[in-house]
Design a protein around this ligand. Structure first.
Ligand code: ZN
Length: 293
């Protein structure tokens, strides 16, 4: 009798527990549905973002910094058929600001240095595979080298007119790769700080360089970049406040690592990238991009 009463009491308590759990669950689901419908964004979990760094696209002799058009097409075809969506920098910013979600399996495709073949060879392929990319140009190449010998896929750089065409295509977001710090002249490596210069001197030099290209962009195309790619991946911590002041929202490095982004806009400073060497097959490179091996 005693055991029987205890058992009934146990069942009663169990029923109450279940009722409480179901009530809490229902409240949670209602809250989630309401918050989801008002903001149209999901929660703030982290998302993996692989970033690919290309340079030149032409010919049939691939190298560390040159892929053939066939290799680029093979990469884009692989990404599409494996469920990846090439996202734009603007989509990344809106995601981190909590304004939008990202598609499943996002990937960011970037091109450095501003080669003319990004227009002649890469753009038609991005259109064919319905993808987006970034081109980060070196101001002095566009100003001084491109006009002398334009429109050769093998070696020319983008002119301002070419850059305007890339912007008008809606496929490319243009980025700043410094005006004239894309070198290892003297003791400076890329746009990093020299050991023997003060922080103030460095900030002034760096700010003058990147703002020169920002102003030219605006004057020549009406567009002002918000993506910055560090030349050769050389980074000084002193560069970040300058880049923020100049309005950059995304900076790109050359460390070969996967990124994990979230709803904090600061996570877009220092996105790591894998160099797409033409010496790998598509499968070899994608395996490295996604697994680090
Ligand atoms: Zn570069």
């Amino acid at each position: 009798m005693y055991a029987c009463c205890n058992f009934r009491r146990f069942l009663k308590l169990l029923a109450i527990d279940f009722a409480v759990i179901i009530f809490i669950g229902a409240v949670f689901l209602i809250f989630k549905a309401l918050s989801g419908s008002s903001a149209n964004v999901s929660d703030d979990s982290e998302i993996s973002l692989p970033v690919i760094m290309y340079h030149s696209v032409y010919g049939n002799t691939p190298s560390e910094y040159v892929v053939t058009p066939q290799q680029l097409e093979s990469d884009l075809e692989w990404l599409g058929s494996n469920g990846f969506t090439a996202v734009s920098p603007q989509e990344l910013v809106r995601f981190t600001q909590g304004l939008d979600d990202l598609p499943d399996k996002p990937v960011l495709i970037t091109f450095d240095d501003g080669h003319y073949n990004n227009l002649s060879e890469a753009l038609p392929l991005l259109e064919k595979y319905d993808m987006q990319a970034v081109v980060s140009v070196v101001g002095s190449y566009t100003d001084l080298i491109a006009p002398k010998d334009p429109h050769e896929s093998a070696y020319s750089y983008l002119t301002w007119n070419d850059i305007s065409q890339l912007i008008a295509s809606g496929r490319f977001t243009l980025g700043n790769h410094t005006y004239d710090m894309h070198s290892n002249k003297g003791t400076r490596k890329g746009c990093s700080k020299n050991e023997d210069e003060s922080e103030e001197e460095y900030r002034k030099t760096f700010q003058e360089d990147i703002s020169t290209l920002q102003s030219e962009f605006n004057a020549e195309t009406g567009y002002t970049p918000f993506v910055f790619a560090y030349p050769f991946g050389y980074i000084s911590k002193e560069s970040t406040p300058v880049l923020r002041e100049e309005g950059f929202l995304i900076t790109l490095t050359c460390y070969e690592r996967m990124n994990h982004i979230n709803r904090d806009p600061d996570c877009l400073y220092g996105l790591d990238r894998y160099n797409r060497s033409g010496l790998y097959s598509t499968e070899e490179f994608m395996n490295k991009l996604l697994t680090g091996v």
